[in-house]
Ligand binder design. Sequence first.
Ligand SMILES: Nc1ncnc2c1ncn2[C@@H]1O[C@H](COP(=O)(O)OP(=O)(O)OP(=O)(O)O)[C@@H](O)[C@H]1O
Length: 482
Amino acid sequence: MGSIPDLDGSLQVRVLDATPSDALRAATVCAKLPGTVAEPILYSDARQCLEDLAIKRTDVLVVDVETVGGDEALSRFAVRCPTAVIIAVSAEGSVTRSLNAMRAGAHDFLVKPYSLDALTQKVRAHLDMRRSRSVAAVPQPRREADPLPAGAEAGKPVGRFSSQSQPMRHLYATIRRLGPSSAPVFITGEAGSGKTLCAEAIHGQSDRRTGRLVTVNCAGLGADELEAELFGSLTGSRSGRSELLSLADGGTLYLDEICDMDPALQSRLLRVIQTGSIPAPLGGSGKDIDVDIRLVCSTSRDPLAEVAAGRLREDLYYRLHVLPVQVPPLRDRRDDILPLAHAFLARFAGEEARSFRNFDADAEARLLSYGWPGNVRQLENTIRQIVVMNDGGSVSYEMLPLVIRDTFNRARAPAEDVRDRRRPARSGRPHSSIEPLWAQERRIIEDALDAFDGNIALAAAALEISPSTIYRKRQSWSERLQ
Ligand SMILES: Nc1ncnc2c1ncn2[C@@H]1O[C@H](COP(=O)(O)OP(=O)(O)OP(=O)(O)O)[C@@H](O)[C@H]1O
């Protein structure tokens, strides 16, 4: 049991989910993983799966937390397949549920209904990490120095990046150079440009890749929740220890959108960086805990302007801004647009069983001239939307979403919209009839979900946001309404 995935024979996949359609979806994705994959085994009975894990090899286990019987039970599954990549899925999308699943031994967590793409990416990323770990474990002859790859080699894509433009080749070389250091990295770049991919690649290039990469979206959690998850609390954490920080011990902590972290939390983080230890929770009897964590953080804003505005502590900025990395916006690397569009087209056409193979000349010209304010994420979502809504051999200009086809008209429309919307207020619309922003946002997102029969991936694509934004928003609405 517990052989190295994909290195000695076919990949063995097991899926445990009492809902047959969910089990089948997961199995279909796993069957398409790279390399030789044995026919995935589906279980609806947790006991049968547990018995098989004890005696049969498992490389990938996709497991529904509710079918297993909760997080405690999940840990019994995890100990029976210590080298398998375990992805826990659950209909409950709370941060606590996801953290408990990870504590129980899962490598990653997805909220149902998850997109097939999200599952593929997670399984692939963990398999890649395992593969590089097992290769690293083979003793290498001692060398005087480990030179960095030079020239063209240094500019080859790292991690999950695939683009090849000159600015990106420069970025890959930078990541290779700073990856092995333990100094903090500060990533800047517009939303959707690839900052998360960058953090993953930096972790993958470091000796810490055998440890965890723990990602925290500072914009996605309320101040109290983030504090409890990051620093632990006597009431909120079972052990009284700092849960996320201790999960990242020996690995990398990626703080996404650091400027959104509450200033009081920024002070506590600064103290952890200064002392290299996590203070025991206030009022507790425990001791400070020494940790070895590499910090990588990101922002899509101008960090110095955030310091000037008092949203980012200056002393924290200088502690974190040691190795700066900038991910260029897509409009500044137009050579990437068509190769990325073709790669997304091939991927989504395969996933959605469509026959698209290319773009016609007008469509290509428009993709190239468009500004892509939402960067690679917008391009990815646009291609997915086109593939889902159409079929044919090549993508035509008419298949492009209106916002991309007709920038001039769309650019005028919002201003007119705003004028139209302001008019009723001036004519005496009562203030009490103005709906709060979060409620308007909720209505728009729920309309999109209705339009796509509850499919979060498609609704997110149409709204040009990431599926995780929808999950986060839903979580915050349910908390508001409790
Ligand atoms: N060079 C690339 N090659 C392939 N896919 C990419 C590339 N860059 C970004 N992507 C894809 O684009 C999407 C957005 O990337 P990512 O999440 O890393 O951006 P981000 O800057 O962290 O976004 P945000 O600021 O919203 O958190 C992801 O689905 C990612 O896989």
